[in-house]
Design a protein around this ligand. Structure first.
Ligand SMILES: [Zn+2]
Length: 197
């Protein structure tokens, strides 16, 4: 879905967008030449309203179940102690956002993290039984996770698990570059997100 496609002949046609099995029906301009559906501000507003309604009536559609290792859980609880009064789920959502929007966008750090995915620290971090956990999102956050997951053909739960392990890996590695990045970028951004929440 885009805002324009460069052509100039459109028809107004019916479409459907599926979110978590629910169908959003809308009309939008469709390019006669390339068939692009033009997602303008009106459609976007309608979609946001529809999502908010859905959020009120079917909140479970905005929840993701995932699994986390004991060690991962322990590290998150320890990290959470540095933020008194902050709910764990808020910290977890902040970690996911930082992985998706900051770590994944920094090629040097991404390369470093990926190198350490081969390390024993990473194996230990993920080892053992998994605790089943549930994370509640707001409509926008859920939409972002789903779009991201679709884009790389993964499940939302995998995105959450992978994001948490990668951020935790930055937290525990003795590597000086990772430690610096943890303190100057990750920790600072966690603080910013928590303050804004
Ligand atoms: Zn077109």
């Amino acid at each position: 879905m885009k805002k324009e496609c460069g052509h100039s002949k459109y028809t107004n046609t019916r479409h459907e967008k599926i979110f978590q099995g629910e169908h959003f029906k809308y009309r939008a301009k469709t390019c006669s030449k390339c068939k692009a559906v033009l997602w303008d501000n009106t459609v976007q507003t309608e979609y946001n309203q529809w999502l908010n309604m859905l959020y009120k009536s079917k909140r479970h559609l905005f929840q993701v179940q995932y699994g986390l290792s004991d060690r991962g859980q322990e590290l998150i609880e320890k990290l959470n102690e540095s933020f008194p009064g902050v709910e764990e789920s808020l910290l977890i959502r902040a970690m996911i956002v930082i992985n998706m929007e900051i770590v994944e966008e920094n090629e040097d750090i991404l390369e470093l993290v990926e190198k350490h995915l081969q390390s024993e620290d990473n194996t230990l971090l993920r080892a053992g039984d998994k605790i089943n956990k549930k994370l509640q999102f707001k409509p926008n956050g859920m939409q972002e996770i789903i779009s991201y997951a679709d884009m790389i053909d993964e499940k939302a739960s995998t995105i959450i698990e992978e994001s948490l392990y990668r951020i935790l890996l930055l937290n525990i590695k003795e590597d000086p570059e990772m430690r610096k990045y943890w303190e100057e970028v990750v920790l600072r951004n966690i603080e910013i997100i928590l303050k804004a929440a």
